[in-house]
Design a protein around this ligand. Sequence first.
Ligand code: SF4
Ligand code: SF4
Ligand code: SF4
Length: 272
Amino acid sequence: MIKEDTRADVRERPRIGVYALTSCYGCQLMMATVSDILEVANVFDIRCFYMVSSASTMDEEVDIAFVEGSVSTEKDLKEILEIRKNCKTLVAMGACAVHGGVQSWAEGNLSYDEIYEEVYGDDKIDMPGLQAAPISQYVHVDYSLPGCPPEEDEIMYFLTTFLVGSFPEQKDYPVCAECRTTGNPCILIESNVPCLGSVTTAGCGARCITFNVPCIGCRGPVPHNTAWFDALATVFKKRGFTEEFVRARLKIFAAHNKNLDKMLKKAFGGDK
Ligand code: SF4
Ligand code: SF4
Ligand code: SF4
């Protein structure tokens, strides 16, 4: 797949690179296992994808760089700057890359040194670390694919729209919209289960709620500053959930959202 191919049609195919910063590799795995992966390999020239070929190299120029993971080490930072330099279009792939991921959970509560001590104690690690951050904190991102990992249909939709010179529209409505059209009962209203569907970007078809599991917000806050954390936190408060619980829950995948703290303050005032 990655070996040099001299056919003219191959040279004209858009070149793709798939890269990982600090992550669980789940987004790459999703990409490697899309059911149309052979079609993708025919239509695109996959130049870098370590999960599928050790012949991959980070140094090549590509048309689209898909990047999973947060910037959590100095090595990540060096790599994301290099990737940005070598690509025309940079796609942040998944919750870690787009929002900083669960590794950002302590953002705003603990400093890097405090987190380090909590995790490693007095042990030393070789890799100099950084406070986990979304890649947009360091480089320009052209498009974001939310999800943990992104949905297969969204990856394929992105690739096909790219071929016609465009980008897909970003979903700007919450999981609740999909939940209601799926016909689920609302587990927040009916069973007092702390579901984050109303502040979370749609696209998963309300998967968790369909299995009677509350949404924990893995697709990140609804874009354009329309994730009304204050309204949801007020509902949670009325239903007996503490500020500490609500804050921790909302921060799992939204720790870097600039509206979160001020909206929580609005909902809870000074009460802890
Ligand atoms: S977004 Fe989720 S699936 Fe993707 S790398 Fe991060 S933790 Fe793994
Ligand atoms: S169960 Fe969750 S996602 Fe579904 S309507 Fe209620 S709050 Fe929204
Ligand atoms: S329901 Fe929420 S937690 Fe579950 S997949 Fe969808 S966005 Fe993620």
